[in-house]
Design a protein around this ligand. Structure first.
Ligand SMILES: Cc1cc2nc3c(=O)[nH]c(=O)nc-3n(C[C@H](O)[C@H](O)[C@H](O)COP(=O)(O)OP(=O)(O)OC[C@H]3O[C@@H](n4cnc5c(N)ncnc54)[C@H](O)[C@@H]3O)c2cc1C
Length: 231
């Protein structure tokens, strides 16, 4: 799967996700399971059958033998949700070291309406006439926040404190995030689902389509069959 390493996919207006490194493939999962009886690959047909058996019966530890390490640029509102996944390992850009740039803010394409049936969710879009005005106000708000941030830096305030002037949920941060295939499937089943927030869903779908499926085609097929479609 070396061709996937270094591949970068754009997400949202200024975000991206890049596969920095990975270890293992479908066969590594099968071989990990076969160590139980000191065996190895028995050819594609039997190997794939065993992998499907493992996922169907939630024999999940062999899937932990495959690892994915991503470098991701996403707004804080996405990180706020992503970081709840405790079985990932993270390192993050520090706003105490690195000053923020003027265009480091997320600007949505559309303004979604509050859902009537789910207090957490959104549905549809607001009237496009009002949407243009909201987007202009958001940009003016970012500009004002960034000006105040720069003013504080110029006055000698430390970066760690000057950032109080920046709109917190919208700012883009870059993280390195690593997990294994078992926990990645758990993340995808929650964060690519229709009730997940649109923004994190874009990252989950990008991982699924551009990295998970090509890297682990048998696992992806079994995951669709026994987890996504079974739930
Ligand atoms: C649509 C949606 C809405 C949400 N809304 C809210 C909300 O309003 N407020 C809020 O606080 N959170 C919310 N969450 C976050 C949610 O509660 C979980 O924290 C998050 O989805 C991570 O799931 P997890 O704990 O299963 O995953 P992980 O932390 O990645 O853990 C994976 C699995 O490992 C096991 N595990 C990990 N750590 C432990 C541990 N310490 N003890 C025992 N088992 C462990 C569990 O089996 C867990 O399922 C929401 C999530 C979703 C998807």
């Amino acid at each position: 799967m070396t061709e996937l390493i270094g591949k970068r996919v754009n997400v949202l207006d200024k975000g991206w996700i890049e596969l920095q490194d990975m270890m293992g493939n479908d066969l590594a999962i099968v071989n990990a399971a076969r160590v139980s009886f000191m065996g190895e690959s028995k050819g594609d047909e039997q190997d794939k059958k065993l992998l499907f058996y493992l996922l169907r019966h939630r024999h999940t530890s062999p899937f932990e033998q495959v690892e994915f390490k991503f470098r991701v640029r996403a707004p804080v509102l996405v990180w706020w949700q992503w970081a709840r996944h405790r079985m990932w390992h993270y390192n993050a850009q520090s706003g105490r070291y690195v000053p923020f740039e003027e265009d480091d803010f997320y600007v949505p394409d559309v303004w979604r309406k509050q859902s009537k049936s789910n207090k957490q969710a959104s549905e549809g879009e607001i009237d496009p006439a009002g949407a243009g005005e909201l987007s202009r106000e958001l940009l003016a708000h970012y500009e004002q926040g960034f000006k105040l941030y720069q003013r504080a830096l110029q006055a000698g305030v430390a970066k760690e404190q000057a950032r109080l002037f920046l709109p917190g949920f919208s700012i883009y941060y870059t993280w390195v995030a690593k997990t294994d295939a078992h926990n990645l499937m758990h993340f995808l089943s929650l964060r690519a689902a229709p009730d997940a927030q649109f923004e994190i869903r874009q990252y989950a779908q990008a991982i699924y389509e551009h990295f998970f499926c090509p890297a682990l085609p048998w696992t992806a097929e079994a995951f669709e069959k026994y987890i996504l479609k079974a739930e």
